[in-house]
Design a binder for this molecule. Structure first.
Ligand code: C2G
Length: 133
């Protein structure tokens, strides 16, 4: 059973590890599509802190991850699912409902997002911006 998930995974944190662990436990192989730097800039309007090569290397080193590839475009999601023969697509529930169209080629599952942690909040702490401003 192959599981696929997608994301930027910039400044890897506990929320990322938890979704990777839970996704991996839903099958016996986890493939991760890592957003390219260009896709991330389009999506979020800023460059990731870690380059795509660094993010790929970090994800490759995680025990729950069996394979990584670069996600170049959101429009190619169906092709990626088919190419990697994924049985399940797992995403955090900030994406709830957004990928239901792929239900015809795989099971689409949204897992609860881990509260109180995000790449953006880490960047703000590192920059020294008070959280409640
Ligand atoms: N996540 C989580 N808990 C958090 C933060 C993130 O469960 N506190 C999950 C997200 O729901 C997502 C994954 O970790 O499933 C990766 O998060 P991001 O790097 O923010 O990915 P994103 O930019 O949302 O990219 O094609 C879809 C996109 O590429 C998803």
């Amino acid at each position: 059973m192959t599981v696929i998930t997608f994301g930027t995974f910039d400044i890897l944190h506990y929320g990322h590890i938890r979704i990777l662990k839970r996704a991996r436990e839903m099958g016996d192989r986890l493939v991760v599509g890592v957003s390219s730097d260009t896709l991330n800039e389009r999506k979020k309007g800023r460059k990731p802190v870690y380059s795509q090569e660094e993010r790929l290397a970090i994800l490759t080193a995680i025990r729950y991850v069996d394979e990584v590839f670069v996600e170049e475009s959101l429009e190619l999601k169906r092709d990626y699912i088919l190419q990697h023969k994924a049985d399940k697509l797992v995403m955090g529930n900030d994406w709830a409902g957004k990928f239901d169209e792929f239900n015809d080629v795989c099971e689409v599952i949204y897992l609860e997002r881990t509260p109180s942690i995000s790449t953006t909040s880490i960047i703000e702490v590192v920059k020294g911006i008070p959280e409640n401003l």
